[in-house]
Design a protein around this ligand. Structure first.
Ligand SMILES: Nc1ncnc2c1ncn2[C@@H]1O[C@H](COP(=O)(O)OP(=O)(O)O)[C@@H](O)[C@H]1O
Ligand SMILES: [Mg+2]
Length: 284
């Protein structure tokens, strides 16, 4: 097991009238290098689970496992964990606090006590990864960036720690279609070119489906489906019952199959759909 949980339960405000069991008995594991999705409707426990994977919350019972070891509670261990597992919060730009893009991205490596020269290298490299030139953007004020640029700077701020795992809580919320596409292309490159393990939570599948290797589905704090992306996405009816829709193009392919057309339903992008549909003509 690379990263996962064993019988993880999390209760908010236990022993009070407001007690909420946000996770119950959740067990799963993701492998190194995978692109993994945590799917589920709003309130199903996605953000709670993600905070456990980064050691920000402590289990009420059960365990979080990373790289073969139980995630402990001592401060040094947790700091080490957070260096290896980067977490990008939902709408991360809401937490910007620096006066410049440079300082925002430099914050985490400076916090590690790295030499300012090493920090500069980290900042340049992280900005480059998200498609920004340090000399162009370093003195810009983070609040004056576009929504898409803010999201990229927030990702660079986590990449500056050189993590092995990147976890994103709903990475495309609040972005326009071009901004979304940009973020998912970046996630794809970080996974496929840089070999980072990527875990994202989402409540809708459109952009994420084509990238996914493994999928976990939560409903009211319980794990209700877990497996390879193809295995999960083949269960359209079950997903629909859970309030989750397949990508729009995939739904269309299912409608074509219902009309008796010989197309694959393992289609998650417009390009794949076009080529499937072209192939029908050839067969006839
Ligand atoms: N800080 C908190 N205090 C109390 N209850 C919370 C807190 N955060 C989340 N919850 C509750 O835990 C459940 C799961 O929430 P969350 O993990 O945010 O789900 P999701 O990210 O899937 O929307 C919900 O019922 C939510 O109201
Ligand atoms: Mg959430």
């Amino acid at each position: 097991m690379f990263i996962g949980t064993e019988k993880l339960t999390h209760t908010y405000m236990p022993g009070t009238p407001f007690s909420t069991e946000a996770l119950q008995d959740v067990s799963f594991n993701f492998q190194k290098g995978e692109f993994a999705l945590i799917l589920g409707p709003s309130g199903s426990g996605k953000s709670t689970l993600i905070q456990h994977l980064n050691g920000l919350l402590r289990p009420t019972s059960g365990q979080v496992i990373f790289d073969g070891a139980i995630v402990g509670s001592n401060k040094r261990e947790l700091l080490h964990l957070r260096r290896r597992i980067g977490l990008v919060f939902q709408i991360p730009e809401e937490q910007f606090f620096s006066e410049s893009v440079y300082d925002e991205v430099a914050f985490a490596p400076r916090n590690l006590g790295l030499d300012e020269k090493v920090v500069a290298e980290r900042v340049e490299e992280a900005l480059q990864k998200v498609g920004m030139q340090v000399n162009t953007v370093k003195s810009w004020h983070p609040f004056r960036l576009s929504a898409g640029q803010k999201r990229l700077v927030a990702i660079a701020a986590v990449l500056s720690l050189k993590p092995e795992v990147l976890i994103f809580d709903e990475p495309s919320v609040g972005l326009d279609p071009a901004g979304k596409k940009n973020i998912f292309n970046l996630l794809k490159d970080l996974n496929q070119k840089d070999g980072l393990t990527i875990i994202i939570s989402t409540h809708h599948l459109d952009e994420a489906a084509v990238l996914a290797d493994r999928v976990l589905v939560l409903k009211q704090g319980r794990l209700v489906m877990f497996g390879s992306a193809d295995y999960i996405f083949a269960q359209r009816k079950r997903l629909n019952e859970l309030g989750l829709a397949l990508p729009q193009v995939t739904e269309i392919m299912h409608s074509l199959v219902e009309k008796g057309l010989p197309v694959s339903t393992e289609v998650y992008t417009l390009e794949q759909a076009k080529s499937e549909i072209k192939n029908i003509k050839r067969r006839n």
